[in-house]
Design a binder for this molecule. Structure first.
Ligand code: KG4
Ligand code: ZN
Length: 345
């Protein structure tokens, strides 16, 4: 079954073609980052308009890359939420319009289920069951995954998401949006021994996270250096390093706990922050000690992309799921509400 996947939940227009027999056939991405950078963050109305401009040309591009035409499609999947409602509606309306014209099934899928299963696009995908750490700009969650649609929430952030904390720290340090990769780059030259930032909620049991206090700690440190006249390049790098170390340590401690509690030996790490190289090194080291293994998407499938949506859509369409006539755009949609397809074993 050949499925076209469409992702327009935020600031990337992602399109891909996934074949349930032959795997990923083509994928294309247009990032709006440069457009939003002037505003220091995503401007929802501009995002929707840009998706409208870029989506159809990208669909044509992936079809051309795969040497296929629209008539070769067997189904269409699109991100139905969570995300920015206007941006979601561009993908949803396009998917429903095309599917109606072609007489093929269409399905709205969950953006975080896409991230969660993105490692399935790699050569050695994880087998079920596993623990997933989802770390994106909007979510930080630990999930026990039994199979497609079998998701038990183990813990999540009670305030800021890890990616959001990276983005806010970048702003405090005068770095452009999106901040995660910028903070990570700056941290490389930072002195890890100069500051020690708190590891929030690691001193008590449980698998929830909180990153807003860490943001305040970063702000206080930036202000202290500024007042002392020592907020130079080295000072900024040392702060970036202390912040990154605190986030990584916190995530690693909670992952260890989640594996202990569930007795599972496989950890999937996905979402934008899973692109962080030092996070991967730390988790790999941690897991090697316990004969467990971590699985990640390739770099470009850590952040938003159409391939993960095509993959999830293909699994569910193959199992017989499809939308009714109405398109879906659901800005808030808890992952734990998802169900396994009725025909899945
Ligand atoms: O999954 P994603 O593309 O979008 C959402 O669904 O939110 O994640 C974007 C987030 C941003 O907050 C970005 O700063 C962060 O992922 N990010 C990183 C890195 N690359 C992207 N954070 C830390 N280190 C990175 N290398
Ligand atoms: Zn995402």
């Amino acid at each position: 079954m050949r499925v076209l996947g469409i992702e327009t939940s935020c600031d990337e227009t992602g399109v891909a073609l996934y074949d349930t027999e032959h795997g990923l056939l083509a994928d294309a991405l247009y990032s709006q980052v440069a457009m939003h950078a002037d505003f220091g963050g995503v401007v929802p109305e501009l995002a929707s308009r840009d998706h409208t401009r870029k989506l159809l040309p990208l669909i044509q591009e992936v079809l051309d890359d795969a040497g296929l035409g629209r008539a070769d499609l067997d189904g269409i999947a699109y991100t139905a939420g969570p995300g920015l409602v206007g941006a979601l509606m561009v993908g949803a309306a396009t998917a429903h319009g095309m599917a109606r014209a072609l007489g093929i099934p269409v399905l709205g899928v969950h953006h975080m289920e896409g991230h969660l299963l993105a490692p399935m696009l790699e050569d050695a995908p994880p087998a079920f069951p596993f623990v997933a750490l989802l770390v994106s700009g909007g979510h930080t969650q630990l999930v026990a995954v039994g199979g497609l649609g079998d998701y038990r929430l183990l813990g999540e952030s009670v305030d800021d998401a890890a990616g959001e904390a990276f983005d806010k720290t970048a702003k405090l340090l005068g770095l452009p949006y999106p901040g995660g990769p910028q903070v990570a780059r700056l941290a490389e030259s930072g002195d890890p021994s100069r500051f020690r930032f708190p590891r929030p909620m690691t001193d008590r049991p449980g698998l929830d996270f909180s990153f807003s206090g860490l943001k305040t700690h970063t702000l206080t440190t930036v202000n202290a250096l500024r007042e002392a006249g020592t907020l130079d390049d080295a000072g900024r790098a040392d702060i970036a390093r202390a912040f990154e170390d605190a986030v990584i340590d916190t995530l690693a401690i909670k992952c260890r706990r989640a594996l202990d509690e569930t007795g599972l030996e496989r950890l999937v790490v996905a979402g934008g922050v899973s692109a962080n190289v030092r996070l991967r090194e730390r988790l790999d080291g941690e897991l090697a000690k316990r004969r467990a293994r971590a699985y990640y998407p390739r770099g470009r499938f850590c952040t938003d992309n159409g391939a993960m949506i095509a993959y999830v859509g293909a699994q569910r369409l193959l199992a017989g799921e499809r939308d009714a006539d109405a398109m879906l755009a659901t800005p808030r949609w808890p992952l734990a509400e998802l169900k396994a397809p009725a025909t899945a074993s």
